[in-house]
Design a binder for this molecule. Structure first.
Ligand code: SAH
Length: 267
């Protein structure tokens, strides 16, 4: 069966996008293949798309001719469009009876301010729906050959933000004491402080750690090191945002799993 026919058969089970509604959708970590079918359909049907910087622009090729595109993310270090402006835009587009797609990187409810936007829409009386996406942590781990869970290595996985300042920072020592792997979003700038806090919280300096940059896209780069060395190495090798930090024994599975994946594909 062709891809078109397969999608046509699945389409009746997918939600209908009504004029005047806002859908908050996750575009996944970047690659086209991680888009869900619901999100592809929403991109194709939307009259207006308000999108973030993390979304790889080729994803928008699926939009209809004449779609209204609004960029609402950070670009080249400029401050992001104020959150209030974004919600005001979503509300005004919905009131004009557009089918409004708010497209975010990863999953809209994981460090994406989707919850705030949903509350603002509800307060304004705008009907909304959440379309989940592959959050970058899981897209990046799979793409880098690091299992999120591995029997014998971990029983939980922690998703944390590294964005906080020194005052409202997470209790990294408490996270270290769980002995479970930690994936840090938005942590590159604070990497030295975070790794130092994890070591003083009790993690061995030799604990495996990785930085995964632009995961799943053609620009993906992976650095594997140790907790004590990774901050300096990431700086020396010009690792830049968007990037995730992974700390824990699961990182040590990468070498073998990547080698096996390549071997099996070429066999
Ligand atoms: N809602 C998003 C996260 C938004 S916060 C999600 O579910 O993934 C932005 C952070 O996400 C970035 O600072 C980075 O840490 C991470 N991120 C997003 N896309 C990424 C990618 N392709 N590769 C690595 N990290 C990514």
């Amino acid at each position: 069966m062709s891809l078109e026919n397969a999608i046509a058969r699945l389409a009746p089970a997918m939600p209908a996008f009504e004029p005047g509604h806002v859908w908050l959708a996750g575009a996944g970590p970047g690659n086209v293949g991680s888009l869900t079918l619901d999100v592809v359909a929403a991109i194709a049907d939307a009259d207006a798309i308000v999108y973030d910087a993390l979304v790889e622009s080729s994803i928008l090729d699926a939009a209809r001719h004449g779609v209204e595109l609004h960029f609402a993310g950070k670009r080249g270090g400029q401050a992001s469009t104020a959150q209030d402006d974004i919600t005001a835009l979503l509300i005004s587009l919905a009131r004009k009876k557009r089918r409004v797609l708010r497209l975010k990187g990863g999953d809209p409810y994981v460090f994406g301010r989707g919850g705030e936007e949903a509350l603002a829409l509800a307060q304004a009386g705008i009907p909304f729906r959440i379309l989940p996406g592959v959050t970058s942590a899981f897209g990046a781990l799979a793409s880098a050959g690091i299992p999120a869970t591995m029997r014998g290595l971990n029983k939980a996985i922690i998703l944390a933000t590294g964005h906080a300042g020194t005052e409202d920072d997470l209790d990294w020592a408490a996270l270290a004491r769980t002995g479970q792997p930690i994936v840090v979003y938005m942590g590159l700038r604070n990497l030295a402080r975070i790794t130092a806090a994890l070591v003083s919280g009790g993690l061995r300096p030799s604990t495996p750690a990785a930085v995964i940059m632009a995961a799943t896209t053609s620009q993906e780069r992976v650095l594997v090191s140790t907790l004590e060395a990774i901050a300096d190495e990431a700086t020396a090798q010009d690792f830049a945002s968007p990037a995730l930090i992974v700390v824990g024994e699961i990182v040590s599975m990468r070498a073998e799993l990547i080698a096996l994946e390549r071997l099996m594909r070429s066999a």
